[in-house]
Design a protein around this ligand. Structure first.
Ligand code: FBP
Length: 262
């Protein structure tokens, strides 16, 4: 593990990663209600908020848009990803090398591992290369640890999420991003299973302000070190308002209700 607390993607031991790789992972459908967000610059603007410690994007978006934001945004380059057009067993193509990510200014790299997929073995081997190359460049590695596949009927069960965080620790991630396992106790166990590796909660599809913030609050109280979120921020009409509230819930550990009142 590298001294992750010194990384620019960490603020006071925590992270708020703004993800915008949905155009690849889900397709333009995620932008239907917010068509202006099809322009990646709009989300880079949102990522300049002080609460955001890194913006997670794929290589093409980084090449095209990051140069205008490199003074104000930390880049987390997602080095694998697959479209929703792919109908096979869960897998993810490695789309960018760590060397190239470093060359275009990445502050960290991200990698999705589908533990439990029929492709887990190949994916873990790819992760090994990414993780070791990242060490050469002193770049932290964030694992999107998403157990999924034919054998897994419920990918947010407590034991599945604890296994997901543990996979991150065992394989050498610095941060693992996991789905909320449904209760504070289950989240606490998942964080303990991660040892001293940081766990961040995954945002998920858009919910109400209170529902979203109270889940983030519960996750942070249970030991999560922040959030990696996309739709719950940039699909909102006013992303700044929710980021102001997230800043309070994550870094100041304020209750969701108080954070929303301000
Ligand atoms: P959201 O907060 O919008 O769920 O984004 C986080 C993220 O991990 C993205 O990086 C990724 O595109 C998406 O979720 C994948 O979601 P899923 O595979 O659950 O549909």
């Amino acid at each position: 593990m590298i001294p992750i607390d010194d990384s620019p993607i960490v603020r006071d031991g925590k992270s708020l990663i703004l993800a915008m790789d949905h155009g690849l992972e889900h397709g333009p459908v995620d932008f239907e209600e917010v068509p202006q967000k099809l322009d990646p610059s709009t989300v880079f603007e949102t990522a300049t908020h002080d609460a955001v410690t890194a913006m997670a994007v794929q290589k093409g978006i980084a090449e095209g848009y990051y140069p205008s934001y490199e003074d104000d945004v930390n880049l987390l380059l997602k080095v694998n990803g697959t479209s929703n057009l792919w109908m096979g067993e869960y897998d993810s193509a490695v789309n960018c090398s760590v060397d190239y990510a470093a060359e275009i200014g990445a502050d960290a790299v991200g990698f999705t591992l589908y533990g439990g997929s029929n492709h887990e073995v190949e994916m873990a081997e790819e992760f090994r290369n990414v993780q070791e190359d990242a060490r050469e460049h002193d770049l932290p590695v964030v694992m999107w640890s998403y157990p999924r596949g034919q054998g897994l009927k419920n990918d947010t069960k407590p034991e599945v999420i604890s296994y997901a965080t543990r996979l991150g620790l065992e394989l050498g991630a610095d941060i693992a991003k996991v789905k909320y396992p449904g209760s504070p106790d289950a989240m606490e166990h998942a964080c303990k299973a991660a040892g001293d590796m940081k766990v961040v909660m995954s945002g998920g599809s858009k919910t109400s302000d209170y529902e979203f913030l109270s889940t983030v609050e519960a996750a942070v109280q249970a030991g999560a070190k922040g959030l990696a979120v996309g739709r719950n921020v940039w699909q909102r009409e006013d992303p700044t308002r929710i980021l102001d509230a997230l800043e309070k819930v994550i870094y100041e550990e304020e209750p969701a209700e108080d954070a929303l009142e301000a």
